[in-house]
Ligand binder design. Structure first.
Ligand SMILES: C[S@@+](CC[C@H](N)C(=O)[O-])C[C@H]1O[C@@H](n2cnc3c(N)ncnc32)[C@H](O)[C@@H]1O
Length: 296
């Protein structure tokens, strides 16, 4: 677990000094922690800073609660745990209240949850394959049925693919020399499920074409990724956002369904109240209310 913690810091691109300043401790404390020495309180603060969670424990909101529910789920009394770990009952009780040392915690973990591992962090991109492969995921017909029902027929798919089930009167296909980032968008409704590796570029393009007025309504299916100043300062003032309750089962080029490893949302520009209401009545989720500050 300590090795995984060190690995999590490195993959976040943080030095021990950076992590220390985020947690509010001395760099030496992080160094000691990565050597397996320190307090559970510091460990918990470090885990929170790194968004590091353990799988293989019991249910609970905190690490100590998860340890306790895990021991109980294994029907292990305090006495039995004390015997197996070589720790005192007081030490175990203290660990289960959030106190104690990392050394004791590791001993308890080895007995009550020997298979506890870092829970894979949520990815905001497809982890396997090259970039083109990761970007070739198609919107499934059942999802499109709710789009057609709510927004009407699709006039344009600016990032289409020959294997995609999306039905649109005009498709911009890269395989035929088209470029959705350069060719003019047109029509009443454009449906955009863009390459997620270039999400911002596509959102900027959608916003630009919608503002110019060559396309009336733009409906984008995109990851819930809102961490850019442009999204907050510009796009959010014009966009309506629908948070989908379910993960979408997109199709790979072989037609195999696969749930996205991240949440998706619908982002629309120029959608009417009727279109939005219709969509909400057929798809689990809800439209975000725009704050007065950004509403134009
Ligand atoms: C996530 S897939 C979605 C395909 C389709 N829009 C759908 O919803 O099923 C994104 C597609 O964008 C295409 N693409 C990437 N860059 C493009 C560009 N500059 N112009 C047009 N299409 C592009 C890729 O070929 C890829 O198939």
């Amino acid at each position: 677990m300590i090795d995984e913690l060190r690995e999590a810091r490195r993959s976040a691109g943080w030095s021990q000094r950076t992590l220390a300043s985020r947690v509010g401790v001395e760099p030496q404390t992080i160094k000691r922690l990565e050597g397996g020495v320190g307090s559970v309180r510091t460990l918990v603060a470090v885990m929170a800073a790194l968004d590091f969670h353990l799988a293989g424990l019991g249910p609970g909101k905190t690490l100590s609660e998860q340890l306790l529910t895990r021991r109980r789920a294994r029907s292990m009394t305090l006495e039995a745990a004390a015997m197996k770990t070589g720790l005192s009952r007081t030490t175990i009780a203290s660990l289960e209240r959030g106190g104690g040392s990392v050394v004791s915690l590791l001993r308890l973990l080895a007995v009550v949850a020997p298979h506890a591992r870092r829970r894979a962090p949520e990815r905001s991109y497809w982890g396997q394959g090259d970039k083109d492969d990761r970007d070739s995921r198609f919107t499934p017909p059942d999802f499109m049925a709710s789009i057609y029902a709510a927004f009407g027929e699709i006039d344009l798919d600016p990032c289409a693919h020959l294997l995609s089930p999306v039905v649109a009167s005009r498709r911009i296909l890269r395989s035929e020399g088209g470029d959705g980032l350069a060719d003019t968008w047109s029509g009443r409704v454009a449906f955009v499920n863009p390459p997620y590796s270039e999400l911002l570029k596509w959102l900027r393009r959608a916003h630009d074409q919608w503002r110019v007025g060559t396309v009336e309504t733009v409906v984008c299916l995109i990851p819930v990724r809102t961490d850019s100043a442009w999204f907050h300062d510009v796009l959010s003032a014009d966009a309506d956002i629908y948070l989908l309750q379910a993960r979408v089962r997109v199709l790979d080029p072989r037609g195999k369904g696969q749930h996205t490893p991240f949440s998706l949302m619908l982002l629309t520009l120029g959608a009417t109240a009727e279109q939005k209401e219709r969509y909400e009545s057929i798809t689990p989720g809800f439209w975000l209310t725009r704050s007065a500050a950004v509403r134009r």
